[in-house]
Design a protein around this ligand. Structure first.
Ligand code: URP
Ligand code: ZN
Ligand code: ZN
Length: 458
């Protein structure tokens, strides 16, 4: 069959022109003017609308066992929510338990991900260092199509690593030409502050944020950058939230170090007053690092604009308030960390980035799709509109308006941290692997249609 998208304004990270895109057998086969619907392709009239490469979210956690529970979107519901919002591929994190064989963890993730409705890849989290870890890393890169590793400087005693372990990961990654990504917070100091606050009877969600202040992220970001400098390893800093971390990345890049950074819509658009909501509602926004006080957001926008931060991901990791987050009703340390966002990313970045003049359309495409595809070894198969690329496309109606709500979102989560946010611009049609999976509000995805994406770095 195939799909022919006609008369759209095609926007990539570099170009903008009016034309048609013909998709057949899951690939883009022609781009041009007045294309014919070869082989009876279904026609989508995109006049007056944009055509973007499908969004790529390189930081999500579907069905993640974490803090005594499991994130509430699985690979089917989470990728489906992504498609509804214009995100057509994801990179999830295999997170083995401390002392677990990394390859066993990978097998478990492959099993869970079989039901994905859109394409997926994995990063491997190295959660501990042992005699076999270097060999498992080698197998990930050389045999499993996983050339990026995740390390957590937070979550000490669980999935977090110490500096010695982090250095070993960086050394091995360097030998393998792989990329280390890092969650940067001073894990030991977080524990110290958490315990101090709890001892003072400060148990509510807002103390989660106070136990993880921005300087602890700034310090850990600088430390990770310094370790990467000494091991001569490039570094990708996930979910950057604050001015101190931006400063550390800016300085590293200024001296020529290859450091890349990502942020997420919640850190750009929310501030820490979200934790002051009554009735434990602030727990919905408990995540790590936490939402920051006012002032940090403008530093993040500036960093996106000037290229210091190169990717906007979501860190999609939802937990229901009722039945999951409420495990920490009397102790903020027990509130599962994370929130939903994969469906909202494009609409939020378009509304509050492009329409508010903070980003241009090409930056929008680059930040939400192309750059991550390049960094993580999926380009040009993903993140581009070129002949031969996967036919993952978003027809974007710039006039569509909406209001984000947990009542209407596709996330399997009883709260939205963006509740009430107005949006302008939304997908009218989403093509995934050459098939229309979302149109005019109608989500028609196919369980298991997503494919595993083996990657290799450029
Ligand atoms: O709070 C968060 N971010 N939960 C997911 C795990 C992580 O740190 O990315
Ligand atoms: Zn993290
Ligand atoms: Zn994460």
């Amino acid at each position: 069959m195939g799909v022919l998208i006609k008369n759209g304004t095609i926007v990539t990270a570099l170009d903008r022109f009016v034309g048609d895109v013909l998709c057949q057998k899951g690939r883009i086969v022609a781009i041009g003017a007045s294309l014919e619907p070869a082989g009876g392709a279904e026609i989508v009239d995109a006049s007056g609308q944009f055509v973007f490469p499908g969004g790529l979210d390189p930081h999500v956690h579907m069905e993640l066992p974490f803090m005594g529970t499991v994130s509430s979107d699985d690979f089917e519901t989470g990728t489906a929510a992504g498609v509804a919002g214009g995100t057509t591929s994801i990179i999830d994190f295999v997170i083995p338990a401390r002392n677990q064989n990394l390859m066993e963890g990978l097998a478990a993730w492959h099993d869970k991900a079989k039901k994905a409705v859109a394409d997926y890849a994995f990063h491997m989290a190295v959660t501990w260092w042992g005699d076999q870890t270097a060999e498992w890393m080698r197998r990930c890169v050389r045999e499993e199509g996983i050339p990026s590793f995740k390390t957590f400087m937070a979550y000490r005693g669980a999935i977090g690593v110490d500096d010695v372990e982090l250095i070993e990961v960086m050394k091995s990654a360097k030998e393998l030409d792989a990329l280390v990504t890092v969650h940067a917070e001073h894990g030991d100091m977080v524990v110290e502050l958490q315990n101090r606050l709890m001892a003072e009877g400060k148990t509510s969600p807002k103390y989660h944020a106070l136990s993880r202040p921005a300087p602890l992220e700034g310090e850990a970001t600088s430390r990770a950058i310094m370790l990467a400098r000494m091991t001569r390893e490039p570094l990708y800093v996930v979910h950057v939230t604050c001015r101190q971390a931006v400063q550390a990345i800016t300085e590293a890049r200024a001296r020529g170090q290859r450091v890349m950074g990502e942020t997420c819509p919640q850190y750009l658009l929310l501030d820490d007053s979200i934790y002051d909501q009554p009735d434990f509602e602030g727990a919905a926004a408990v995540m790590s690092p936490p939402i920051r006080p006012r002032g940090h957001q403008e530093a993040l926008w500036a960093a996106l604009r000037n290229g210091t931060l190169e990717v906007v991901a979501t860190d999609h990791c939802p937990f229901n308030l009722v039945g999951q987050k409420d495990m920490g009703k009397d102790d903020f340390r027990l509130i599962p960390n994370g929130a939903a966002g994969i469906e909202n990313r494009l609409a939020l970045m378009y509304t509050y980035g492009v329409l508010e003049g903070r980003l241009d359309l090409h930056q929008f495409v680059d930040l939400t799709s192309t750059r991550a595809a390049k960094i993580f070894g999926l380009y040009p198969r993903k993140g581009s509109i070129t002949v031969g690329a996967d036919a993952d496309l978003v027809v974007w109606d710039p006039a569509a308006t909406g209001t984000i709500s947990a009542k209407t979102h596709h996330h399997q989560c009883d709260r939205s941290i963006f509740e009430g946010f107005k949006t302008q611009g939304a997908p009218s049609t989403v093509v995934v692997s050459g098939r229309i999976q979302y149109q005019a509000g109608d989500l028609k995805v196919e369980k298991g249609a997503g494919r595993y994406l083996e990657r290799s770095l450029p």
